[in-house]
Design a protein around this ligand. Structure first.
Ligand code: 5AD
Ligand code: SF4
Length: 461
């Protein structure tokens, strides 16, 4: 009998990447192999996102394509999972009755069972609460040297533009010991870098016995032998405090990069967004981080055209961007999302106004990103090699601890290996360099303070 195959298309954020790796892991544990393309697979999965884009249009377009294949190969199974499935189970049932399995964000673990139940009729199952933490499921990782590690799921905030709390539910943290054990076992399999995932990594542990702090988790990971880099995404500025900054600064493994979403520079808009910080409070955090970690790269998320945003509000965003001097920013045009407070607000802006502001913002950020990158020219940087450059297959691409992409010439360097390059040229989104050293340069361990010095277990803001 030939081996059954699967193909997963993933939309959206790193959490979805992580969840797709778990779906792949469960299918492989059940004897499936990865297909080269969706057209050839026995099971075609769509792991959907509904945060911003017109995900519905995209999904139904792709489902239409999958249906055309299924018409020719009726045994093919179509699965829809992720945030859009969580939100729209019955709509999918109506609009795409040929879909075999729908599962939400809380029941990834049910995939093998739902697939086997769907032989005669579709199996649709959406839960309101997570039953099995996705990290407890088998994974089929894309990378041999990097792994996503989820530390919490869900979000207890209520940012008025954001659909995440409605589809990912209340925040649930994973036990610190379980996270460290997972990282140790990943390292024993050859992983050198992990990215910790959570909607709000800094409120990690508040729901657990003993209320472990995010800073404690960072320091615990610093003791894992063989682990070289730790990244995390994303902290919420309101919860990002001195103890986490100290842990970042003092832990050898924690990279000098922080993604600190600001969303807007005007206090009036921040209030309407219910972000729970002012521009000044946010800038205090930026200064605190830069003081503690002078080489840090700071990136952010910004929404342009939030309902009621005036030109004056937008000017505040521009001046904040100038003041914070981000290394990079993900910039988004506001899009109303169902089940969010902002969708019902007055003052939705015309598309051309939003586009024009968006263009001004991205031009400013490109200039600042380029200034940062030009300052790196002449410096020697440690990289982990990620593979062949997508721009020029004659070159390799690696990433600095500050999360910058560097293209360089180098043969015989495998994916996941370390090297040192000198930076020769800069663009807003990447650097170019020349190889100066192969292998992991010996670095001194940073001073690591004992856990007791990370502050109290106070978790109030
Ligand atoms: N419109 C535009 N951008 C949004 N984001 C979240 N919701 C919306 C929305 N309704 C952006 C925020 C968030 C990032 C993941 O997506 O900037 O930080
Ligand atoms: Fe959404 Fe705000 Fe939670 Fe981030 S913190 S997931 S923006 S509600």
């Amino acid at each position: 009998m030939t081996q059954k195959t699967y193909f997963i298309t993933t939309y959206g954020c790193q959490m979805n990447e992580h969840d797709s790796e778990r779906m792949a892991g469960m299918l492989e544990a059940d004897g499936y192999a990865k297909a080269a393309a969706a057209d050839e697979a026995d099971v075609v999965l769509f792991n959907t996102c509904c945060i911003r884009e017109k995900a519905d249009t995209r999904l139904y377009g792709n489902l239409g394509h999958a249906k055309a294949i299924k018409d020719k190969r009726p045994d093919m199974r179509i699965v829809v999972g992720g945030c859009l499935a969580q939100k729209d189970k019955s709509i999918i049932q109506q609009r795409a009755p040929y879909v075999d399995v729908v599962l939400g964000t809380h029941n990834l673990a049910s995939l093998p069972r739902l697939l086997s139940e769907s032989t005669d009729e579709p199996a649709f199952e959406i839960l309101e609460q997570t039953e099995v933490f996705p990290s407890a499921l088998p994974a089929r990782r894309k990378s041999p040297w990097h792994a996503w590690v989820s530390i919490s799921i869900g979000c207890n905030n209520s940012c008025t533009f954001c659909i995440v709390p409605a589809v990912r539910g209340k925040e649930v943290s994973r036990r610190l010991g379980d996270i460290v054990s997972e990282v140790e076992s990943l390292v024993s399999e050859g992983v050198v870098e992990v990215t910790l995932l959570g909607q709000n990594v800094n409120s990690y542990g508040r729901d657990l016995d003993g209320k472990p702090l995010f800073a404690q988790l960072l320091r615990a990971l610093d003791t894992v032998d063989g682990l070289e880099r730790v990244r995390f995404t994303s902290p919420h500025p309101k919860d990002f405090r001195a103890d986490s900054v100290a842990a970042m600064a003092e832990s050898r493994v924690v990279c000098e990069h922080i993604h600190l979403p600001v969303q807007a520079g005007s206090d009036r808009v921040l209030k309407r967004m219910k972000r729970a910080y002012s521009r000044e409070r946010y800038m205090e955090k930026v200064r605190m981080i830069r003081d503690a970690i002078p080489t840090v790269a700071i990136t952010t998320d910004i929404i342009v055209g939030f309902p009621g945003e005036t030109e004056e509000d937008f000017q505040q965003t521009l001046s904040l961007v100038e003041e914070a001097r981000y290394d990079g920013a993900y910039t988004f045009q506001y899009s109303p999302r169902p089940m969010t407070e902002a969708a019902g607000m007055t003052g939705h802006l015309p598309k051309d106004v939003v586009q024009e502001r968006y263009d001004r913002l991205t031009a400013m950020q490109e200039r600042i990103s380029l200034e940062h990158n030009l300052a790196a020219v002449g410096r020697a940087e440690e990289l982990i090699v990620e593979g062949l450059s997508k721009k020029d297959p004659e070159k390799l691409t690696g990433r600095t601890r500050t999360n910058k992409l560097v293209h360089f010439r180098g043969s015989g360097l495998s994916e996941g290996s370390f090297c040192k390059v000198r930076i020769d040229r800069a663009s807003p989104h990447h650097l170019e360099g020349s190889l100066v050293e192969r292998g992991r340069p010996a670095t001194a361990r940073k001073l690591t303070l004992p856990l007791a010095s990370t502050g109290s277990a106070c978790t109030s803001c």
